[in-house]
Write a protein that binds this ligand. Structure first.
Ligand SMILES: Cc1ncc(COP(=O)(O)O)c(C=O)c1O
Length: 395
């Protein structure tokens, strides 16, 4: 970790060495040993699928959930595994039983697939999905106020990202969650990018619902994510696929809570028919990998590199940045000339072998760079060379 130019963790990942991979944010890379743990669980399943899925899965999943809950400052009973954050958002949206005239408030920085979910669910119910502008640059002091000022007596829920997709901003959520609760409005936080990237303490944050990915910044295998719900909301949450988790006393499963006389959240939501649960079981291996490699220092090094790159690019292009260093983690939006985003992304990949997304928000274009433990100073230098302002002007 002493040489800032080196990428000390590169050898632990399976990434193609020919590619400068600066897009951990879209589909994060998984370290070799975590991937091997995934395969270990798959082999274990194939030794006796009936025993593994029918009799062992409940206990194995409980252990994995416990490890994740501990990492996230949460109670395991409030947490269920889902395949991805999109599913987490869908579960909450469909469980709300929206009525005509109800309203969902969201920021104008939300992820497209989640916007689509809310639009569809609201349309079906005759409800309204309303976006509230969060202007750039981000003003942390006014963030909660902007959303709360739009609350009406029809507002059922506020939806906001913990870290946004197109603009990579960390939204300040604690005050929003607390004030929304005081107004009787639910909160759902989209933490797709947050676990393993910034400190996430779910009980302390106090959102009503929080969904997050393990397969992005925690470096767990694809298909590992979670949904967290405060205890008072467990009974209202329903799986998008109804299965054995809804049947009391199912053989081999402790899905029935004798105390409440109801099926518990974990069984209702996690068991959705036969499927591969290995990615969920490999989450503890991902947590152990990050712990062993001193992740707080890795994150800090990546943050410093990312911020330096953003500031240099803004200066070279004479464009303003959209937040201060504390508003970002390891992912930053480099401001570039407003242009065809797809064409710039394709040029960077086709001509320079750089995998990096180009995003747009409010009439501006950004190269959204993710810096992960496997990235080197040379990776960032390659992008800087490819983003030459003189070259850009000539295009
Ligand atoms: C902010 C945000 N929310 C949700 C998602 C969806 O994540 P997934 O595809 O794992 O469901 C993403 C994916 O990049 C995202 O950036």
């Amino acid at each position: 970790m002493n040489d800032p130019a080196a990428a000390p963790l590169k050898a632990h990942f399976l990434l193609d060495p020919e590619i400068v991979f600066l897009n951990h944010g879209s589909f994060g890379a998984c370290p070799r040993e975590v991937f091997e743990d995934l395969q270990h669980w798959q082999r274990e399943m194939e030794r006796n699928p009936v025993e593994f899925l029918g009799r062992r899965s409940g206990e194995l999943l409980a252990q994995a959930r416990q490890a994740l809950a501990h990492h996230l400052g949460a109670q395991a009973a409030d947490l269920v595994f889902v395949p991805n954050a999109t599913t987490g958002v869908n579960v909450v949206a469909r469980s709300l039983n929206l009525r005509p005239g109800d309203e969902i408030l969201a920021t104008d920085h939300e992820y497209g697939a989640c916007d689509a979910t809310w639009q569809r669910v609201c349309e079906e119910a005759g409800a309204v999905y309303r976006k509230v502008e969060i202007p750039l640059p981000l003003d942390n002091a006014r963030f909660a106020q902007r959303l709360l000022a739009e609350v009406t007596r029809r507002t059922r829920l506020i939806f906001a990202s913990h870290i946004t997709s197109t603009t990579a901003l960390i939204f300040p959520l604690a005050a929003l969650c607390a004030h929304a609760r005081a107004l009787g409005v639910l909160t759902l936080i989209d933490g797709a990018h947050a676990p393993g990237h910034i400190e996430v303490q779910l009980d302390a944050l106090g959102a009503d619902f929080y969904t997050g990915n393990c397969h992005k910044w925690l470096c767990a295998p694809k298909g590992s994510a979670f949904l967290h719900a405060r205890q008072e909301h467990h009974q209202m949450l329903h799986a998008t696929v109804t299965s054995w988790g809804y049947v009391a006393g199912t053989q081999g499963h402790s899905g029935f809570d004798a105390y409440t006389g109801r099926t518990v959240l974990e069984r209702r939501l996690q068991w959705q028919g036969t499927r591969d649960i290995a990615a969920w079981l490999a989450v503890p291996a991902a947590l152990a990998f990050q712990q062993r490699h001193g992740w707080p220092e890795v994150r800090q090094r990546c943050h410093d590199l990312a911020i330096g790159l953003m500031q240099r690019t803004a200066e070279r292009f004479s464009l303003p940045v959209i937040g201060s260093p504390e508003d970002f983690g390891q992912m930053v939006p480099l401001p570039v000339r407003h242009q065809d985003a797809a064409a710039l992304r394709a040029r960077l990949f086709d001509q320079h072998c750089i995998e990096v997304p180009v995003t747009q928000h409010a009439g501006r274009t950004f190269v959204r760079v993710s810096v992960q433990g496997y990235n080197s100073v040379a990776d960032l230098a390659a992008l800087e060379a490819a983003l030459d302002p003189a070259l850009e002007a000539a295009l």
